[in-house]
Design a protein around this ligand. Structure first.
Ligand code: CMC
Length: 401
């Protein structure tokens, strides 16, 4: 009674107060904890930004040293996890593997297990244990790259690689992906820097579908590994993290610049979607898209230009001057970075994984904020309005028509 469905898709529903990420979609502004994304992309690293997002301020030198040591120490996976990865079919989608891997990870850490409520982190009424929470945060950030590299290598039939020591977060990830047994192998520093910038750009984006999935699941006070698995599942969809893969598939299907006008017409007839365009929040431009473009230039200097680039540019130019897209305020979003991933040699279905690795940070920042909120966690339990059949009597199967 008194309920009405007023906001399907949550276009205008704020579910919490947050101090983490600020977006002004009309002005094209994105700030993490007050810092403009442009400044962070230029001066910071993904791991330093992770600290900022989770703990609220840029770390001092010693805080950063402790944080990065903890993250890299927690990167190593247990030996028997290799069997878990090898149990998937050879052609399993890496996002299905990664989603399962986060949930599987939770089976190792009893202190985060909700069945032990009352003793640890999840004590209702008491302040959660910061030390225990932090440990899960180090584990999840550290192991995200390891699990992602394992999900990649298992499909290649290659041995798994132990995370190296003494490398940056992103270099260590590329090392685990690429390493083929050469002594003194190090990933190309320009590609490391480019991927690190892309990680930083993807680290958080306030109440997007996967962050709210993480919080919805986390609000039941389940362990953070299960909540992160839910975020990962949500990101898998083509309207969210699957869009970077969809962009490249779309460009491949268009094939060449000459085919762009026909594709645009098909979009306008609603037969196709222009992947990589449009955003729920940004209605002018997505500030990340400019940094993606600059990063692409750096990467293409090393890898050579992607053959799809011309088609992408033709599509961009055609859409930006077409009334259909202009009147709906549709502009490129961050997902054109699929072209960079392709140039770097990542397979297409692996692109969403490259979104998950950094976004684990944002999910954890939101999860930690929720766990520490004044008054404790309230379970997220929306309402509905029932519009189904009225009361009816059961009919045995033999008497049904
Ligand atoms: N191609 C063609 N038409 C579009 C597109 C598009 N990419 N995006 C929106 N529209 C149209 C839509 O049909 C609607 O038209 P009308 O008012 O005539 O019915 C109008 O623009 C408003 O769009 P909407 O679907 O109401 O907007 P939304 O806020 O619900 O959806 C979106 C946002 C991102 C899901 C949507 O723009 C989309 O599907 N984009 C393509 C997929 C994509 O690139 N997703 C990645 C988003 S950014 C990274 C991330 O969050 O993961």
């Amino acid at each position: 009674k008194g309920l009405r469905v007023s906001d399907q898709g949550f276009l205008n529903t704020a579910v919490l107060h947050s101090q983490i990420t600020y977006i002004d979609g009309d002005a094209g502004v994105l700030r993490y904890r007050g810092y403009p994304i442009e400044q962070l992309a230029l001066h910071s690293s993904h791991l330093e930004t992770a600290y900022l997002l989770i703990y609220g301020s840029l770390p001092t030198k010693s805080q950063f040293e402790i944080f990065s040591n903890e993250v890299s120490q927690h990167a190593v996976m247990h030996a028997e996890a290799q069997q878990f990865f090898r149990s998937f079919r050879y052609d399993a989608h890496p996002m299905a593997v990664l989603t399962s891997a986060f949930a599987y990870l939770g089976s190792y850490y009893q202190e985060a297990n909700p069945s032990l409520q009352g003793q640890t982190l999840f004590t209702k009424g008491d302040a959660p244990s910061l030390a225990i929470m932090d440990k899960q945060i180090y584990r999840l950030i550290g192991k995200a790259t390891t699990l992602a590299a394992m999900a990649y290598r298992v499909r290649q039939g290659r041995e798994f690689v132990t995370p190296p020591t003494g490398m940056s977060y992103t270099a260590s990830f590329l090392y685990q992906m690429d390493y083929l047994g050469q002594e003194d192998y190090t990933p190309n520093p320009v590609l490391v820097k480019a991927l690190d910038v892309l990680f930083l750009l993807h680290a958080d984006h306030e109440m997007n579908a996967s962050a709210s999935s993480t919080l919805q699941v986390g609000s039941s006070l389940v362990d953070p590994f299960s909540a992160i698995a839910a975020g990962c599942a949500s990101l898998y969809g083509p309207l969210h993290g699957g869009a970077n893969e969809a962009v490249v598939r779309m460009l491949l299907s268009i094939g060449k610049p000459e085919n762009v006008p026909a594709f645009i017409e098909a979009v306008k007839r609603r037969e196709k979607v222009l992947s990589g365009f449009g955003h729920r929040i940004y209605k002018t431009s997505d500030p990340r898209s400019f940094i993606v473009r600059k990063t692409a230039d750096e990467v293409f200097k090393i890898t050579g230009k992607d053959a799809l680039l011309e088609t992408a540019m033709a599509l961009h130019d055609a859409a930006m001057k077409d009334e259909y897209f202009v009147s709906r305020k549709l502009a490129p979003n961050v997902d054109f970075c699929g072209l960079i991933y392709r140039a770097m040699g990542f397979p297409m279905d692996y692109f969403p994984v490259l979104f998950v690795i950094p976004r684990v940070v944002g999910w954890l920042a939101h999860w930690r904020q929720m766990m520490l909120q004044t008054g404790g966690v309230k379970i997220w339990r929306p309402r509905q309005i029932y519009v189904g059949a009225g009361k009816r009597d059961y009919v045995p199967i033999g008497k049904r028509e």
